[in-house]
Design a protein around this ligand. Structure first.
Ligand code: HEM
Length: 227
């Protein structure tokens, strides 16, 4: 059966990683672009954030399509982690003895970056949701439900948050770069002729998304975006 093969074979798991990763890349591109609306002022930004809750209206009621998107993202991230752990276990089984001296060069450097970076992004995501979506008091001292602009500005007036987000964005950039590159390999685009353009594409994604995201926290910190 197709689904069984997808979840049991190495290539199937890699396809799961690529597809679920692409879902998140799409979300990140959309989220980063949406965040840039912070430069258009409080009303515009809050209207946009409110619009997301009513996305698909009047056909869909408030939150319905948003929840569909949330469920797709949750299923995607869980499948991505499951396939990653499963592939790593299979790789370990294929080499029962540890390396006498493991040299973290090239491929293994990327693997290490992507594993620990992925774990860091997962924990960042929980922090981020607590910070801006759930409004946990211990993390966000002045959270006002429905006022995304206020929450964002107050959040990034604390330099520690800016530092934390910037570190997370470096992890996101490296993950996007290595992840996209290994996806191209899986899909068989490892033709010498295209190698440099594909690397360029992976690099562009790994740079543009984090840089776009970084503009909001830095602009708040340096006083360009205020309440
Ligand atoms: C500087 C970077 C970022 C900023 C300023 C930012 C800002 C925000 C804000 C303000 C919200 C709440 C929107 C609302 O409830 O109205 C939000 C939600 C969210 N963000 Fe971010 N974000 C950033 C980076 C990221 C990254 C890197 C990820 C993923 C790895 C991410 C994933 C999410 C998710 C999943 C939600 C919840 C959406 C929902 O279910 O309602 N964000 N973000």
């Amino acid at each position: 059966m197709a689904v069984m093969t997808l979840t049991r074979s190495t290539i199937g798991k890699k396809v799961i990683m690529a597809v679920t990763g692409a879902v998140w890349v799409g979300f990140l591109a959309f989220h980063m672009y949406g965040n840039l609306k912070v430069f258009q002022g409080a009303d515009y930004f809050n209207e946009y954030s409110e619009g997301l809750r009513h996305i698909g209206s009047p056909i869909f009621s408030a939150y319905h399509l948003l929840w569909v998107a949330r469920i797709v993202l949750i299923v995607a991230v869980l499948s991505h982690v499951w396939a990653a752990v499963s592939l790593a276990q299979a790789a370990r089984k294929a080499r029962p003895e540890q390396y006498a001296q493991k040299k973290n060069i090239h491929a293994s450097y990327a693997a290490v970056t992507i594993r620990y970076g992925g774990l860091a992004i997962f924990f960042f995501l929980l922090y981020h949701l607590a910070h801006f979506t759930w409004g946990v008091r211990a993390i966000h001292p002045d959270f006002i439900p429905g006022n995304a602009y206020h929450n964002l500005v107050i959040g990034f007036q604390n330099p520690l948050n800016v530092i934390l987000y910037l570190i997370a964005l470096v992890a996101v950039g490296l993950h996007l770069y290595h992840g996209t590159w290994s996806m191209f390999q899986t899909l068989g685009f490892n033709n010498q002729k295209y190698d440099s353009s594909l690397r360029g594409l992976a690099l562009a994604l790994g740079l543009l998304i984090p840089l776009g995201f970084a503009t909001a926290p830095l602009s708040v910190l340096f006083g360009f975006v205020t309440l």
